[in-house]
Design a protein around this ligand. Sequence first.
Ligand code: ADP
Ligand code: MG
Length: 318
Amino acid sequence: MNENILEIKNLKRHYPVSSGLLSLSKTTVKAVNGVSLEIKKGETLGLVGESGCGKSTLARLLTGLEKADHGSINFKGHKLNEWTATERSTMLQMVFQDPYSSLNPRQRIGSIISESMRIHKSGSKTEIQRRVEELLVQVGLRPEHHKRYPHEFSGGQRQRVAIARAIAMNPDLIICDEPVSALDVSVQAQVLNLLKSIQKEFGMSYVFISHDLSVVSHISDHVAVMYLGQLMEIASAEELYRNPLHPYTQILLDAVPVPDPDMQGEDVIIDGDMPSPISPPSGCPFHPRCPKAMDICSQTQPKLKETVSGHKVACHLY
Ligand code: ADP
Ligand code: MG
């Protein structure tokens, strides 16, 4: 009954980079290295992983801002590139991490929010103005704020403006790339709650990206754990929290702060740095840092496979 809005299969994006002083040898950064997943209508898929693991690259591929080198993206029953850029922009929107650079400082808020409506000529000037005021109220701002400029707002308010812009054309899917990471902790919850209530009212799907598993598990129906361009584990948020299977997920969960200070464990340190995506380790990309690594882990790459219903993990332990 719950159909998929987006399906991606074996998606890859390798960036050519030059290595060495003389830049003679060319190599690639394997930013996204074979990702498959699906997103259901009206649901939130959380995407979590350390900085540099390929989350933003995947986000740009999903919105069509960037082309994949390999693999397929199916959006609402068609290949993503079968939709025109204009069609995509009504159905697919993005909210970025930095509310300071994602809004044009020279544009008034009203003009920022109404841009896509004006491009798509979705109403008369008065109708669009009315819609802008309605959107401002929906995101918890005031109708008269349309006259202001971005610098007159706080970070949290700017992110509300970015959300109003994203929902203006009633999109089917919004990709939120670390939307609260740049905000004060006290403001983060307000913006998360706003995203939740908007989803409840309008029923769009979200891809919610964060390096912080506690933020992701709050808002997500399903969570995908990414490491060096690949998915390590994917399950419902509840299941992942209760029964994390991948050693990497277990370590990420241990790193989530406990609210009671007396209960706080030591800081979790993952052995070693994250390897370079230019030359990812053979076998399982996590094996050099994995406390449970076996011989096979450095030789054979584990496939992402279903262990219990709806719970997939890429690990030789299972
Ligand atoms: P995340 O969002 O998880 O922090 P990114 O998707 O931004 O990760 O980056 C993944 C990897 O790809 C990083 O090693 C990054 O340096 C590299 N990368 C991202 N964009 C480019 C690009 N345009 N050219 C070359 N390398 C890139
Ligand atoms: Mg990023």
